[in-house]
Design a protein around this ligand. Structure first.
Ligand SMILES: [Zn+2]
Length: 282
């Protein structure tokens, strides 16, 4: 073999080594969006067909559907899209003002009970609650309702409120929206270890990775230990989030690609399949 032959051989070898992982990475991971709002106030940002196309384009094949008012969730369920697994959650809000008032307004509890009669709900939330406001009787009643009917709770709350929710009913299955936004990572780990039914949702959570998808060491370690406890979300609470949906999902993909494949798969959709007892469509 002459020098030239060696070079070609070397190049072919390098190419083979390079292409193998690239080919594997080209099948994009299916993503389950565990924090999705399809709000109508009074009209949605996107019509339903555009919403479904947005999911398709991003290989998002499962969602927690959650909307203010619940009409958006009804539409997503009734669409019966073969490409989309819909996991509906009862939103305890009719209007934006309910974000503040739900925990002291008895008519909201009536709304939860009435919605539940549709028969297809898997969770309650997202609701917002902070600090001692979580101690309100109606909050306890809502947590107890969820436990009685084996519903998940999607809670946007600070740590004090999270602890109160668990005090209300230790059997609560809580998905912690935004994972406390900025709760120190060692504390997140303690909470996950103390409350086995706690699931951490990662929209707007700071500090996980840089813009290029390079994971912070403490997050890499936490995922290494507890990759069965995290889910992803877009949190499309305002039109801007729909406008940047591709970037939000792309941001998740960037750091998922830097995790061991089994961990990435769990966080992307495997945990949702296990928790919500379903299967992502092919
Ligand atoms: Zn939200």
């Amino acid at each position: 073999m002459n020098t030239r032959g060696v070079t070609w051989f070397g190049l072919a070898f390098v190419a083979a080594a390079l292409f193998a992982p690239v080919a594997a990475a080209q099948a994009p991971l299916k993503i389950f969006d565990a924090h999705l709002h399809y709000n109508h106030e009074p009209n949605p940002t996107f019509a339903l067909d555009k919403v479904l196309e947005t999911f398709r384009r991003n290989n998002v094949t499962g969602i927690v559907a959650n909307s203010r008012p619940n009409k958006g969730t009804h539409e997503l369920v009734e669409a019966k899209s073969p490409n989309l697994w819909v996991v509906p959650f009862i939103r305890p809000y009719r209007t934006r003002a309910d974000v503040q008032n739900w925990s002291t307004d008895p008519t909201i509890y009536d709304l939860i009970e009435a919605e539940y009669k549709r028969g297809y709900y898997v969770g309650v939330g997202e609701f917002h609650i902070h600090g001692q406001a979580a101690a309100a009787a109606l909050v306890k009643k809502t947590v107890d309702f969820a436990v009685t009917h084996d519903l998940f709770i999607l809670a946007h709350c600070d740590e004090p409120a999270l602890l109160i929710l668990f005090q209300h009913n230790p059997k609560a299955k809580i998905i912690w929206a935004h994972t406390g936004f900025s709760t120190p990572v060692p504390r997140v780990r303690e909470l996950l270890e103390k409350y086995p039914a706690l699931i951490a949702e990662l929209s707007y959570r700071g500090g996980i990775a840089d813009g290029a998808g390079k994971l912070a060491p403490e997050w890499r370690e936490l995922f290494g230990k507890h990759s069965d406890r995290f889910v992803l979300g877009s949190d499309t609470w305002i039109p801007e989030r729909w406008a940047s949906y591709d970037q939000i999902i792309g941001g998740y993909r960037a750091w998922l690609a830097n995790l061991p494949e089994d961990q990435a798969r769990r966080i992307a959709h495997g945990n949702a399949e296990r928790l919500f007892k379903g299967k992502m469509p092919e």
